[in-house]
Ligand binder design. Sequence first.
Ligand SMILES: Cc1cc2nc3c(=O)[nH]c(=O)nc-3n(C[C@H](O)[C@H](O)[C@H](O)COP(=O)(O)OP(=O)(O)OC[C@H]3O[C@@H](n4cnc5c(N)ncnc54)[C@H](O)[C@@H]3O)c2cc1C
Length: 369
Amino acid sequence: MNSARDPRIAIVGAGLGGLTCARVLERHGSSVTVFEREASADARPQGGTLDLHADTGQAALRAAGLLDRFHALSRPEGEEWRVLDFATAALLAHQGPSADGGRPEIDRGRLRGLLLDSLPEGAVRWDRAVTGVAPLADGTCRLLFGDGTAEDFDLVVGADGAWSRVRPALSPAVPGYTGVTFVETGFDHCDTRHPDLARLVGNGSMLAKGAGKSLVAQRNGNGHIRAYIALRAPEDWQVASGIDLGDQQAVRTHLLRMFDGWDESLRYILRNSDSGFVNRSLFVLPAPHTWEHVPGVTLLGDAAHLMPPVGLGANLAMLDGADLAHALVAEPSVDDAVRAYESIMLPRSIEAATGSARGLDRLVPATAC
Ligand SMILES: Cc1cc2nc3c(=O)[nH]c(=O)nc-3n(C[C@H](O)[C@H](O)[C@H](O)COP(=O)(O)OP(=O)(O)OC[C@H]3O[C@@H](n4cnc5c(N)ncnc54)[C@H](O)[C@@H]3O)c2cc1C
């Protein structure tokens, strides 16, 4: 089949990329089904704050007809960045919000909610974990579900993130560990409960870095500060150190030892956080990651180009989603649309992956800078 006239389109994954694609398609009168493995929209907290760039994330929201609502929800003052000296906490560099509000911050949960609310009832089918896809000889694609059922589509879009179950239909690549782990923790009601830290972080983000380790703290909405203790360390650093991540005191003691010599105002992050510690080992797909075109299936976002989290991944996932949707609306067939989309998305992501790898090296330098 594979015709662009009312094609059967499945998007796997209700993350920012998949939802943007669905919204832009719906806006142009194409119906689409999003299959999401989680049981509901609020099955888990969605994570921290994101800055949306004018030429990527914001461009995608414009295509989705949601840019004005985004601006109403976002925090332009959150664009502020401070770099502090690790030993003295002296301000080394400061960037205020740009005059034109170029990269406003928004909590990921709010952004996802904005996209979800824009879709018709039933567009997202929750609790539908995909286990794999099988491209068929006629150019369509079979979607296989965890409950043993299957459905056929003219196009399956893998928007299912780092550990995509759709990707193996296109590429044998698997993500590899970068050598960097973010240990996440958080502070509630920061202005009243943690005023000194709130002042240190300001309205946006704060970074201090030493050899092989950094501290990043970001103001989220609702007075929350989310902090990442970034370590160049084996993926199972806590196992090697004999530490149970659930034992907060043991983690604090270990981290305080690791950050010996750092200013006490920064060590406050290790000593006094309200929440426990969550390991976020950073994985990336090999770069360049590309594939030979296969009819009936494609990828977007992290499924296509998982890269270090230095501020691009969500922006690119959303732009991918908007670009793919536009191609599906504009091109004469699904196959033409996917080819047109991949010819833009793949080179763009290769360039971004190279830049992001350098960004991670700057964020967590291997040696003292
Ligand atoms: C600590 C951290 C900080 C970050 N900060 C930023 C930032 O500031 N700016 C930025 O641009 N990016 C940032 N990123 C990167 C960003 O989070 C990702 O690039 C972005 O979320 C990718 O979006 P996506 O839609 O491709 O995938 P995801 O957001 O991962 O969404 C995938 C969806 O697919 C679902 N799914 C997965 N498997 C299946 C399956 N088998 N069946 C059905 N559904 C499935 C998942 O449940 C999920 O809902 C950060 C990442 C991390 C880890």
